[in-house]
Design a protein around this ligand. Structure first.
Ligand code: PEP
Ligand code: CO
Length: 459
């Protein structure tokens, strides 16, 4: 293996990184960012890795969710709070069903850049570069705004920093206190079937808390009842920025990408001999790998060996995203190959990216039923293969958007135009996200009982 350096990725082919016309300006911006404070700290990243190692052992479950692409337009404290609320609600539903802790990771505070299926977009006969994310260019269809502009990185950094600031306050400052669980239900959700089910759960939790209080255990004495850990993640796509945010941790002398706790390599940039894999090889963060239908088993093994030569638990999360009707075709052979090699990985499921379709009226959408189907099939396949389905990776928002069809609100293709706000892929709205958590709680319950049996059998 050749020596890794901060910029050794530049010696490898890279896909989906834009050409900036003004190189001088790009370098000026990156030089400044190199001196900006880290967004996250190495110690937090290590804590997350330990939590993910617990997931690998079947002792916890990973919930990763947030926007497909964060945007400058949707930047608002209410949006951050509402996304956080839904993540808390979903994880409460899951913890309650499975009696395992849920590791909460947002696709947030840095999830801006997007790989696109086509480098250009044609509208009314005019061809312009595709929109690549607010930290690179603008979504408006104009020649000026579609040019990659390095100065956008400052705004993205600053938005990420203040998003994280609010998330830290919400997770540690009392909002996440289990005694406040009634405050998490979003106004528009209260009357929905999920809102009502959540209310029932709230009542059960209130009973459990008053029982514990009577026994002398309450949030005054136990921080774990009133705070949560919430970690951040994004796709490590824009390598010049990731490189600028990568620093040596003074306590260990190792490199950490301080732009997020967890970064992942997308399905389109995971070539074993590509720049994205080379970059991620040298950082200590937990790394996700998106696994789509084109991933070959030998390629997957190669990727794990390059990225995790010491076979450390918690380092690699494999995020399968095959589409609801492709799970049985592709997932079993990957699971078998990983088992055969004895590799430690966390298996997570992204039921979004393989289920995107175009509606008759031209919207990119995802039928909620297909999302649920993919998750259920993934659980079934893992059970049949004797491995632990450890996580869920979703594109969601706390807002009442109409981007994915179906769910209890019965969003139809006609409804999509009402509140279609996403800057890239369609997200589950708050009601659909919570409904998903309820619909798969049985699977999670069986799954965790099953993994407890395995742990007992081997220990
Ligand atoms: C994403 O997670 O936003 C994404 C682009 O996914 P994938 O790489 O799996 O297509
Ligand atoms: Co997406």
């Amino acid at each position: 293996m050749k020596k890794w350096t901060l910029n050794s990725w530049k010696n490898y082919p890279v896909k989906h990184i834009p050409e900036y016309e003004n190189k001088k300006e790009l370098n000026m911006v990156l030089d400044k960012i190199r001196n900006f404070p880290p967004l996250v700290f190495a110690g937090e990243t290590r804590t997350l890795k330990n939590h993910l190692a617990d997931v690998v052992d079947g002792k916890a479950f990973l919930l990763q969710g947030g926007d497909c692409a964060e945007s400058f337009a949707e930047f608002h404290p209410d949006n951050i709070r509402d996304t956080f609320k839904v993540i808390l609600q979903m994880s409460l539903v899951m913890t309650y069903s499975a009696s395992v802790p849920v590791v909460k990771v947002g696709r947030i505070a840095g999830q801006f850049s997007k790989p696109r299926s086509s480098p250009t977009e044609i509208k009314n006969g005019k061809e312009l570069p595709s929109y690549l994310g607010d930290n690179i260019n603008g979504i408006e269809f104009s020649e000026k705004l579609r040019k990659p502009d390095a100065k956008r990185l400052f705004k993205a950094y600053s938005q990420s920093a203040s998003t994280l600031n609010l998330l830290r306050a919400l997770s540690q400052g009392g909002f996440a206190d289990l005694n406040k669980v009634h405050l998490w239900n979003l106004g528009f959700l209260k009357k929905s079937p999920e809102g009502k089910k959540f209310k029932e759960l709230e009542d059960k939790i209130a009973d459990a808390l008053s029982f514990m209080d009577a026994c002398g255990i309450n949030s005054d004495f136990n921080r774990r009842l009133k705070t949560v850990n919430c970690f951040t993640s994004h796709e490590a796509l824009l390598l010049p920025f990731e490189e600028a945010m990568t620093r040596i941790d003074s306590t260990t002398g190792k490199y950490h990408d301080t732009s997020a706790h967890f970064v992942w390599i997308g399905d389109r940039t995971r070539q074993p001999n590509g720049g994205h894999v080379e970059f991620c090889r040298g950082i200590e963060n937990p790394i996700g790998i998106k696994c789509g239908p084109s991933l070959k088993t030998d390629e997957l093994i190669k990727l794990c060996n390059i990225l995790n030569p010491k076979n450390e638990k918690g380092r690699i999360t494999l995020i399968s995203r095959f589409g609801h009707d492709n799970v049985e075709k592709f997932l079993p052979k990957l699971i078998r190959a990983i088992k055969k090699e004895g590799l430690n990985v966390l298996w997570s499921c992204d039921p979004m990216h393989g289920n995107t379709i175009k509606s008759a009226n031209g919207f990119k959408t995802r039928p909620f039923n297909n999302v649920v189907k993919e998750v259920k099939k993934v659980f079934a396949v893992h059970k049949a293969e004797g491995s632990y389905a450890g996580g869920l990776h979703i594109e969601m928002t706390g807002k009442n958007v109409t981007e994915c069809t179906g769910g209890a609100q019965k969003i139809s293709e006609k409804d999509l135009s009402h509140r279609y706000h996403t800057h890239c892929d369609p997200r589950l709205n708050a009601s659909q996200a919570l409904e998903l958590a309820f619909l798969i709680s049985d699977e999670i319950k069986k799954n965790s009982q099953y993994s407890k049996n395995i742990i007992q059998a081997v220990s």
